[in-house]
Design a protein around this ligand. Structure first.
Ligand SMILES: Cc1cc2nc3c(=O)[nH]c(=O)nc-3n(C[C@H](O)[C@H](O)[C@H](O)COP(=O)(O)OP(=O)(O)OC[C@H]3O[C@@H](n4cnc5c(N)ncnc54)[C@H](O)[C@@H]3O)c2cc1C
Length: 438
């Protein structure tokens, strides 16, 4: 059933509590002394009959298969394999941590329901929020973190939403935690299913699971049944259902309001990028912090950057759908034949023609991540980069063997993930929360 569409080890976990969290550029291949990427050597050696898998050049992949966590420290040796990693967090515990961090630094927290948003008549800026206890909160700048509903950015300011469902057709998810299964694996698993895909995020105390699906092709009951029959342990709750529209606000910053998180947009968690985008939004806000007038030119640049970042991640996720080689089901057939955004089409065309990965400003995912997904889904270059021919094949073979030996040694000598977690960050009791993502 599993169509391996993502190179294992793309998101290898080094983490406390383990939650599907930070986004990943964790797929990193070994270094090449020449100016071309190692996968070009690999493509040439493959043409010469070498059957080695590209995964053997990725410390992430080799270590992930062994359930091990290498140290992330960089060696001076240029041949030393690089290890990329991301974190799994328990979302609720992480939120609690951030809350106490902010409160300790003087943030004032009011836990109230917003019942009305008042706008200034002169310029349409937000003047105040009215709370359910009758209080009014006035401010110069508002950050909308109200989730999908976009209470300020949409309901009050009518900013508009760009819907990406034509490229990303899944619109629902069923989520359920289940009991842990041994061994504790150091990676998130994404598995293609007939009408979507399933995530598996191993935590210390349970496994988070979910089926992201397209409601045109499967009912909620069928999706829940599929999810429940594909768990590694006993379910700990009834499946919880979520609905969403993939896309983004037309502007993330409108007047004196900045939308962060789900209020700004939503991309399905195939690459777990939402928290990254929140952090990125905060960084941009600090860099572009406005005065009381919120000059349109500042908001314009903020929006330009944020839109590019969303679109670059969107395209990486669309690639998983477009290049799929899943069996004959309506969802996957539709995706194989859909028209895709021009910049993604160009990127695929360039890769097919030369094996090179085109880089765009705002790309979160490095070339290695693109290569892993492209080759992992059988998008093959017609030829390797001819720059590789500067070296003779024997030298390339020797380098490739040396690299694999380095990687094999680094992976096998690394601690098992279970031991690593037990030593560095074992939970002393089962956390109260039941949320494994989102
Ligand atoms: C299925 C799914 C899987 C996900 N997986 C990942 C993942 O693996 N990695 C990742 O990085 N991200 C993931 N995400 C995204 C992640 O959940 C969000 O980025 C994160 O929850 C932050 O969301 P938020 O604060 O913007 O919105 P929410 O978490 O929805 O919070 C919105 C808040 O606004 C409050 N609110 C709404 N209306 C009012 C009102 N009138 N008055 C007062 N308060 C109000 C709500 O009570 C709520 O607390 C996932 C999301 C989904 C849906």
């Amino acid at each position: 059933m599993l169509r391996r569409w993502i190179s294992p080890g793309r998101r290898t976990v080094d983490g406390k509590f383990a939650w599907g969290g930070a986004s990943g550029n964790a797929c990193v291949y070994g270094a090449n002394p020449e100016q071309v990427s190692i996968h070009q050597d690999w493509l040439k050696l493959r043409e010469l009959g070498d059957k080695t898998s590209l995964e053997e050049f990725s410390l992430n992949s080799v270590a992930a298969r062994l359930g091990r966590i290498p140290a992330a420290s960089a060696s001076e040796d240029p041949l030393s394999p690089v290890f990329g990693y991301a974190f799994h967090f328990d979302a609720s515990l992480y939120a609690e941590y951030l809350r106490s961090y902010a409160l300790a630094r003087g943030v004032v927290r009011l836990e109230r329901k917003i019942v009305k948003v008042d706008l200034r008549s002169a310029d349409g800026f937000i003047r105040a929020l009215r709370l359910d206890d009758g209080q009014q909160v006035e401010a110069d700048l508002f950050i909308d973190c109200s989730g999908f509903r976009g209470l300020l950015i949409e309901q009050a300011l009518k900013t508009g939403y760009e819907d990406w469902s034509r490229w990303l057709p899944c619109d629902r998810a069923a989520a359920v935690p289940c009991e842990s299964a041994s061994p504790l694996t150091p990676f998130t698993r994404s598995t293609a299913r007939s009408a979507g895909w399933q995530w598996r995020i191993p935590l210390q105390h349970r496994i988070g699971n979910g089926y992201v699906y397209c409601s045109r092709f499967i009912s909620d009951d069928q999706a829940a049944a599929t999810l429940l029959t594909n768990l590694d342990g006993k379910p700990q709750a009834e499946p919880r259902f979520l609905r969403f529209t993939k896309g983004r606000r037309r502007q993330f910053w409108n007047k004196n309001c900045i939308a962060l998180g789900l209020a700004g947009g939503f991309l399905e968690p195939l690459e777990s990028t939402s928290i990254h985008l929140i952090q990125k939004g905060l960084t941009h806000l600090l860099n572009f912090f406005p005065d009381r007038n919120c000059a349109p030119v500042v908001a314009e640049e903020f929006n330009r950057l944020a839109i590019k970042e969303y679109e670059r991640i969107r395209d990486f996720i669309i690639l998983h759908y477009k290049a799929n080689a899943y069996g004959d089901t309506p969802l996957w057939n539709d995706c194989r034949h859909m028209t895709i955004p021009d910049e993604l089409a160009y990127k695929i065309r360039q890769f097919r023609g030369s094996g090179r990965v085109v880089k765009y400003a705002g790309d979160l995912f490095a070339a290695t991540s693109w290569i892993a997904v492209l080759l992992g889904q059988d998008v093959w270059p017609e030829r390797y980069d001819r720059l590789v021919d500067q070296r003779d094949a024997a030298a390339m073979r020797a380098h490739s063997q040396q690299l694999r030996a380095f990687i094999g040694q680094a992976a096998t000598s690394a601690p098992l993930h279970e031991e690593y977690v037990a030593r560095r960050c074992q939970v002393s009791s089962v956390p109260r929360t039941g949320i494994s993502h989102g």
